[in-house]
Design a binder for this molecule. Structure first.
Ligand SMILES: C[S@@+](CC[C@H](N)C(=O)[O-])C[C@H]1O[C@@H](n2cnc3c(N)ncnc32)[C@H](O)[C@@H]1O
Length: 231
């Protein structure tokens, strides 16, 4: 086995400084993203189509069996909480925890659902124990994850073996990407990957089998967390 020789002290200090600077840049970027969504919160519901509830119900339809069976559901990027009543309806006996980066978005979610469990957190660093839930639902938030593979790994970490992760969008990929590019600024590069690329990322996060829908109407990906073989 090759003997590991640590780099000289001066080189270690340079690595540390680069790492610290990269972390500071990341934190500054996340603050800017959070501020963007805090501002958007006041307008978000008014921007949605009048038949949104019906569309969201339709979007959840193929996943009703998973929701019905779920004991613990984690919703990532809840925004103003539009999906929460529909998750409650579809998973009447489950514990449901809804997470968002933006405090202002969560204030609207609280008004909509005074009974909901809400948590302000970054999806990449969840303050949850491993295997805490058996269903993770992420609706209209995936493009905003700055490190998508790392965030999917984090979502897979909190998912119980045999549990499912759903990445859902009520619009097709091209529409979503055109909207974000049109808005520009901090979300201008927040794009959905092709269905094939999403499938690769879900597989690398330890999920299998994977099912993908990537057509002009909807975009979604579903993966199941593998069950470890008995020792
Ligand atoms: C486009 S909005 C969608 C909100 C809601 N899902 C809906 O469809 O009405 C995206 C939401 O994801 C949240 N978000 C973005 N990045 C996040 C992250 N890293 N962790 C948690 N939430 C995040 C934003 O704060 C925002 O509320």
């Amino acid at each position: 086995m090759a003997h590991y020789k640590p780099p000289p002290k001066g080189v270690q200090a340079i690595f540390r400084a680069i790492y610290t600077q990269a972390e500071e840049c990341r934190e500054t970027f996340m603050d800017t993203l959070r501020e963007f969504f805090d501002h958007l919160a006041d307008e978000w519901d008014a921007q949605q189509p009048p038949d949104r509830e019906e569309k969201l119900r339709d979007l959840l339809t193929p996943f009703r069996p998973l929701l019905q069976e779920a004991r613990g559901v984690l919703e990532i990027g809840t925004g103003t909480g539009a999906l929460i009543p529909l998750l409650r309806e579809a998973a009447p006996t489950a514990r449901i925890l809804s997470v968002d980066l933006s405090h202002r978005m969560l204030q609207y979610a609280r008004r909509r659902c005074p009974w909901a469990s809400l948590l302000q957190a970054d999806a990449r660093h969840l303050p949850l124990t491993p295997q805490a839930v058996d269903l993770v639902v992420c609706h209209n938030a995936f493009p905003h994850f700055q490190d998508k593979p790392a965030t999917l790994m984090e979502l897979a970490r909190v998912l119980a073996e045999g549990g499912h992760l759903l990445i859902l969008h009520d619009l097709g990929r091209e529409r979503v990407n055109a909207i974000h590019q049109g808005v520009g600024g901090v979300i201008g590069n927040d794009l959905l990957p092709s269905g094939g690329e999403l499938g690769r990322m879900l597989t690398e996060a330890g999920l299998s089998p994977i099912h993908i829908r990537d057509d002009p109407e909807q975009y979604w990906g579903v993966g199941q967390k593998a069950i470890s073989p008995p020792r």
